[in-house]
Design a protein around this ligand. Structure first.
Ligand code: ZN
Length: 265
């Protein structure tokens, strides 16, 4: 195991460990531990191929977001299934043999839940999640089941080599609008000190209950629903072949913000 650990460090209260794929496959599953395939910096550089499968990620996590091989859409992992929203706005379930250059997941074990009974847009919603999270929580996983209005979604198109950088792909992203839907909002809040390895700030995806729509969320209003928050203090990153961890916190934040939306500051 020791030789499979590529990097092991503390960032404030957060334990960040990078592992080889083999090390990741033997990594024990823990609650309040986030697992991740790849890094956002590698994705920004156009590294859209990976040797890590969704099955390997989902052994370690039942709630997650990301993308799949060749950047072929926006990924939602929920309740043992993996769904991808393509740039054609169509949602499809994908086999767990599908590979992923970037995915973040956890065995979702909420420490707190809260009922929302009045309409709340992005800023109020994320402020609420901040207030529900433990004051010292470094990474927060969140799941909100409810009714949503004015959902702004985006997805990106499957790429062919030579791959362009993510910012160029996102310049041609598909955005669409769902007037209202019952479903699940899921994702993570990462601290700025992990920028580059991760998307700092909130990164949320949506999956409708009827499994007809979903994607990377740009904006929305939650009408009512249940917020569940899982405070995490451990992140294990599986590095695909050819991907390095880099230096957490040292990255082009503007590039991440323009690729992942204005929320990623
Ligand atoms: Zn996303």
């Amino acid at each position: 195991m020791a030789r499979d650990i590529v990097d092991d460090r503390l960032i404030g209260a957060l334990h960040l460990r990078a592992l080889t794929r083999a090390g990741f496959d033997h990594d024990p599953v823990h609650e309040h531990q986030v697992v991740q395939a790849g890094t956002i910096d590698a994705l920004l550089q156009g590294k859209y191929d990976s040797d890590i499968t969704l099955a390997e990620v989902m052994r370690m996590g039942d709630l997650g977001i990301g993308t799949i091989q060749k950047l072929d859409g926006e990924l939602m992992i929920l309740d043992g299934h993996a769904w991808v929203a393509g740039s054609d706005t169509v949602l499809r379930e994908v086999p767990l043999t599908t590979r992923t250059p970037f995915a973040v997941a956890c065995m979702f074990t909420p420490s707190v839940t809260h009922e929302i009974n009045e309409p709340m847009a992005w800023d109020d919603l994320t402020a609420l999640i901040d207030s529900l999270a433990a004051p010292d929580a470094s990474v927060v996983a969140v799941r909100i089941d409810g009714d949503f209005d004015d959902i702004g979604l985006r997805s990106v198109a499957r790429q062919t080599p030579p791959y362009p950088p993510l910012v160029d792909v996102v310049a041609h992203q598909t955005t669409w609008h769902v007037p209202n839907a019952r479903g699940t909002l899921l994702g993570f809040r990462f601290p700025d000190a992990t920028a580059g390895v991760e998307v700092p700030g909130y990164h949320l995806h949506f999956l409708s209950d009827d499994r007809t729509t979903g994607g990377h969320v740009l904006s929305l209003v939650v009408r009512h629903g249940t917020v569940a928050v899982d405070d995490c203090d451990d992140v294990h990153v599986a590095l695909p072949a050819g991907v390095k961890l880099g230096t957490p916190g040292v990255t082009d934040r503007d590039a991440i913000a323009s690729a992942e939306g204005d929320h990623a500051h």
